[in-house]
Every structure is written in C-alpha cells, then in structure tokens.
Write a protein that binds this ligand. Structure first.
Ligand code: NAD
Length: 340
C-alpha cells in the first residue's frame, strides 16, 4: 500500500469500517498543498479491497491535476465506498460516511460521482459541512458542458484557424447530462452534429431537437469529422482506435479518455490535436468548488471563461515544444503541485 501511495505522491489514505451501517470507505487525499482536497465519492462494487484502494488513489491524483489547472485553490481527493452485497439502509450508510468525513476536519470535501446522487450528499451533509453537490447546490453538468463548448472553440481556433463552429462537423459520443447539453450549444453555434449513444432514446431526441445525424456507436470514432467529442466513458482513445480516427482534433468531456499516457504521443504523431480532458471538463469542478464557497453565478461564469484561455496557452506551449498538449498540461500541473 505504501508503495502505491509513494508512486502517486499521495499525502494520506484513510479507511473506515462501520459494521452497523455496512460502510467500508476509502478516502484518498492526494494533496492539500493548494487547498482542501476536493473530489467525488464513488459507490460501486469492487472485486476486492485492493482494487478499491487503487481506484481511490489514481482518481485522487487526477483530481489534484484538474484542480491545479482550474485554479480553484483545492487539492485532489477521492472517496470510494465499497457497495455491499446486502444493505439495510442506504441513508444510514451515507450518514456514517458523513461522520467519517467530519473526522478529517475539512481536509477532504466530497461530491457526487459514479453511483452516488444529490440525495446521498444530503445524507452526508447531515453530519458534516464538507459536502458539495447536495440537492440545494444544483447540477454541475451544464457548467461542465459550457466549459467543454468554450474549449472546443479554442481547439477549432488552434487546429482549424478560426473559432467559428458554423458548418463544422462535430461528432459527439455520449448524449448524457453533459453530452446532450454540449450538443445543444454546438447546434446553436451552427455545427453539423454526428451523434451516438448506447441509449437509442437519447439519440432520437438529438435527431428530433437538434437535427443531428445518428451514427452507430461502434462507427462514430471512425466517422470523418472536424472534431471528435468523447462524452461517454473513459479509455476510448487506445492504440487501435487512434489508428483509425478520421478527425482533426479530439475535445470532449469524458474523464480519462487516454487508455495510457503514450496514446497522447500517438495522437500527436498523427497530427490530431488533443484537448487534455481534465483541462476541458473542469467546469463541473469549478461550479462545485465555487458554490461550496458561497459564490454566485457571475463568479462561476467568470471562472469558467478561463478554461479556454488555459487551453489556448497549453496549445501554444505544445506547438512550440512539438509535444502533445497532454504532456504539457501534466507538466504544468506538476509544477503547480510540487515546485512552486
Ligand atoms: P452520463 O452518465 O449522464 O452520460 C453518459 C452517456 O454516455 C450515457 O447516455 C451513455 O449511454 C453514453 N455512453 C456510454 N458509453 C458510450 C459509448 N461507447 N458510445 C456512445 N455512448 C456511450 O454522464 P455525464 O455526467 O454526461 O458525464 C459524461 C462524461 O463526462 C463522463 O466520463 C464523466 O466522468 C465526465 N465528466 C462529467 C462531469 C459532470 O459534470 N457530469 C464533469 C467532468 C467530467
């Protein structure tokens, strides 16, 4: 366990086991150097405890990079709750988790993630004020979509010579909370939309409301387009898929799009501009962090606007150094986290 922590440069790992509620929780605090660690809480079944711990550590590190480049004065953290085979009361489990968070004295602030909801955050918030994305705080997804939209314009400017999206062919993979809102904004900007989702109903909605062209999920990645926007699951950019992409740039909301760091170099070698996912999709984190601090929409909107400038700067560095923007973003984040 300590070698895993050392490799990720993890600050602290906290475990809780509460037989009464069934809570088995891991909180990984990657860094508090720039501020309290902020990051989502997953509630999933894991094959074993080691996998849950590994997941928490990896994700907490990612949150530190995202927060550092978003400039929100937070470090990265992540919580993983191991979903039990049988549970008496979901509310009791999340309340127990709230008490666990409270013992950390504000060093970790939680948020919604895979398998959790605002209702779960409400249970946590009964016992600690270090919980965001409660039902009264609002949904971060539209803000994530806004940031991605602005980032797509910056990407079009850098790769295609102009930020006007009118007439550009943009392929959106995944029409969930973020993907659909993004598709709406792209449609309003005059883009030609190509869309896929595993849920045929979401696709139908985009066809009817946005005039989108439906594409089979397995074919979307190889469909000729200007910009590919992965907004479904992570890991879509791997050795096989990258070899067959037919786009000028990839810029989407999905977390962890690169199956491994080297894939960024393969995209670069193919002349495909890659928008580092955690820079582009930071809108949700910015919303959650600023709402938690009591900020209103004007401050949130102003902060969101910085995403496209950050991306433009990263593209300029990447071009000058002939490196992938993903490598440049990682180096910048590491500088902020470890060298300042
Ligand atoms: P969501 O669950 O609402 O939507 C995901 C959609 O993608 C679903 O409709 C699903 O059917 C579809 N999908 C999954 N795999 C697909 C595939 N192979 N082909 C086509 N469609 C596929 O999730 P969301 O909140 O919209 O988030 C989307 C992505 O953005 C996730 O990777 C998430 O981690 C990331 N993200 C979300 C936020 C946020 O604020 N919600 C913030 C940062 C990052």
């Amino acid at each position: 366990m300590f070698s895993m922590m050392e490799a990720a440069r993890l600050e602290a790992l906290h475990l809780a086991d509460d037989p009464v509620s069934g809570l088995k929780a891991v909180i990984a605090i990657h860094s508090t150097r720039l501020g309290p660690a902020l990051g989502g809480c997953r509630y999933l079944a894991y094959p074993d405890e080691q996998s849950a711990i590994r997941d928490a550590i990896r994700l907490a590190q990612g949150m530190s990079y995202k927060a550092a480049l978003a400039g929100i004065d937070h470090g990265g953290g992540k919580a993983v709750l191991i979903r039990p085979a049988h549970l008496d009361s979901r509310a009791a489990l999340f309340e127990a988790f709230g008490r666990f968070i409270e013992t950390l004295n504000g060093r970790y602030i939680t948020a919604v993630d895979s398998g959790t909801s605002s209702a779960d955050m409400d249970c946590i918030a009964l016992h600690t004020r270090h919980a965001t994305s409660t039902s009264s705080a609002g949904d971060p997804s539209p803000h994530t979509a806004l940031g991605v939209f602005a980032g797509i314009r910056a990407t079009a400017q850098a790769r295609l010579g102009g930020d006007d999206l009118e007439g550009l062919r943009i392929a959106v993979q995944g029409l969930g909370n973020v993907g659909f809102a993004l598709a709406e904004a792209l449609h309003a900007a005059g883009a030609e939309l190509l869309v896929s989702d595993l849920d045929a109903g979401r696709v139908q909605l985009a066809v009817e409301q946005l005039g989108a062209q439906p594409i089979a999920s397995e074919a979307l990645l190889t469909t000729p387009c200007d910009i590919l926007a992965p907004c479904g699951l992570g890991g879509v950019l791997n050795r096989q898929s990258v070899a067959h992409l037919r786009c000028a740039a990839v810029a989407g909301a999905a977390n962890n799009q690169l199956a491994s760091p080297e894939i960024a170099d393969e995209l670069e070698a193919r002349g495909i501009l890659y928008a580092p996912d955690y820079v582009l999709n930071a809108g949700g984190l910015i919303y959650v962090a600023l709402r938690h601090r009591g900020e209103g929409l004007p401050a949130i909107t102003a902060h969101l606007a910085r995403i496209s400038q950050r991306l433009t700067d990263i593209y300029a560095h990447a071009q000058a150094e002939k490196r992938s923007p993903a490598r440049v973003a990682d180096r910048l984040a590491e500088h902020l986290l470890y060298e300042r």
